[in-house]
Ligand binder design. Structure first.
Ligand SMILES: [Zn+2]
Length: 421
């Protein structure tokens, strides 16, 4: 039914008759209209929230302070029981009328910026500058506005909605917060991640990644007087040369890189230790496992060859998995993508179906649970850099599209049945 063009613009995207009729009903309903008006009028409060959140540091693994603040904000926005789980995620439930699907809506709390990084927001020439101002202060603030819209309109969802600020999305966090949530809550039927800026993009495909820390160890010694023993750096060099020659397919896109190297003590020492970090990614699990097997084989062979070169067995290698994000896909015409598409379109925008990315949605997508990632609204750039910026332009369109998408998915009492099974 869906014929998505290659550019991902979705110009030929077709909504199913069921989705169309649900969104005709929803967008004509006076309470839904009131919710959309509320979010627009709430824009200034949302911007203030975004700035306040941004100025509370939250490096991955050190989100407690921001999590504590966010818990209070979820309560203030209208949720009754807000709690923190053992992983550090904070969440509250908006109870449905019963027998509906359970939807998790989450924005990640953490940033890529280390402790001590200046997170003061600077307003200059219409732009807000601060590390983390968009990713993900915007997502967290947008989610609060959506909760307030439910409180203001008193719309009763049919399915339960869990609103969550989650930990561990970035870098070595390795999606720990959402992994734990789905491990501990097997009854979640759908997932929306609210991440960063924008109000037109729909991420529905998941790029998987595997990351390793590889450490070679050997006897070490003086470069002249001990010459004749294997070197940890030489062993690692052999491994890197082999990894550099690995062939991967263009489609599904599969990539690898040795991102960092370290080791040795001085120019005139045979290295006793050398370490590297390897990053591998693919849009298909099968290809990810293939490139991983090739890289690990290169690591083992290099150990063998360096030892054989000096008739030794003193070089050893340690490989440690430090990142594991599953790949996955779902149909572009799946119900959750259609609901988001219809919502964005209903607000007068042309939705954009993104290519595969690495987001919190990877976890449910890999589990076969409908999941997407949407932006929190507004415009921005230079994410993950200290120059990150944000413009509060038509920012309310973000929370408005999230509000509409949620309503379609979980249904609303007296308006529409849930689209999610
Ligand atoms: Zn993010």
């Amino acid at each position: 039914m869906v014929d998505c063009n290659d550019s991902g613009l979705g110009r030929d995207y077709k909504l199913s008759p069921i989705i169309k009729s649900v969104y005709e009903v929803l967008t004509a309903n006076h309470l839904v209209k009131r919710g959309l008006d509320f979010i627009k009028a709430d824009d200034e409060t949302t911007l203030k929230d975004q700035i306040t959140i941004c100025e509370i540091p939250a490096p991955t693994f050190k989100e407690e302070m921001r999590a504590g603040y966010y818990m209070d904000q979820l309560v203030a926005a209208g949720l009754d029981h807000v709690e923190m789980d053992s992983t550090g995620n904070v969440f509250g439930i908006l109870q449905g009328t019963g027998k509906g699907p359970k939807l998790l809506v989450a924005a990640h709390l953490d940033t890529v910026f280390p402790e001590g990084c200046d997170v003061t927001v600077i307003h200059k020439n219409g732009r807000y500058y601060a590390p983390g101002i968009g990713d993900n202060s915007k997502g967290l603030a947008a989610l609060l506005s959506v909760v307030r819209a439910f409180r203001d309109t008193r719309i009763k969802p049919i399915g339960d909605i869990i609103f969550c600020g989650n930990v561990g999305e970035e870098g070595l966090g390795d999606l720990a917060g959402i992994k734990a949530f789905f491990r501990d809550n097997a009854d979640v039927d759908g997932f929306i991640a609210v991440d960063g800026v924008g109000s037109k993009d729909i991420v529905y495909l998941a790029t998987g990644s595997r990351r390793y820390e590889v450490t070679y160890r050997g006897p070490g010694g003086h470069s002249f007087s001990t010459f004749g023993v294997p070197s940890a750096i030489h062993a690692m060099g052999r491994a890197i040369a082999k990894i550099a020659d690995v062939k991967t397919p263009r489609d599904p896109k599969t990539t690898f890189t040795v991102g960092t190297v370290s080791g040795g003590t001085s120019v005139n020492s045979i290295a006793a230790e050398a370490a590297m970090l390897i990053d591998m990614r693919s849009n298909a699990t099968e290809e990810l496992l293939k490139v991983e097997a090739k890289a690990l084989e290169a690591v083992r062979l290099a150990t063998y060859e360096e030892n054989a070169r000096w008739q030794s067995d003193s070089i050893t290698v340690d490989t440690k998995l430090i990142g594991d994000r599953p790949a996955g896909n779902q149909a572009p015409d799946s119900v959750i993508v259609q609901a988001a598409y219809a919502s964005i379109q209903a607000l007068g925008n042309t939705p954009y179906l993104e290519g595969p990315l690495s987001t919190d949605a990877n976890i449910p997508i890999a589990l076969g649970i409908p999941a997407i990632c949407l932006g929190g609204g507004g415009r921005g750039g230079s994410a993950h850099s200290p120059d990150e910026w944000y413009e509060n332009v038509d920012a309310y369109l973000g929370p408005q599209s999230i509000f509409l998408t949620i309503l379609g998915l979980v249904g609303a009492d007296g308006m529409s049945k849930p689209l999610l099974p």
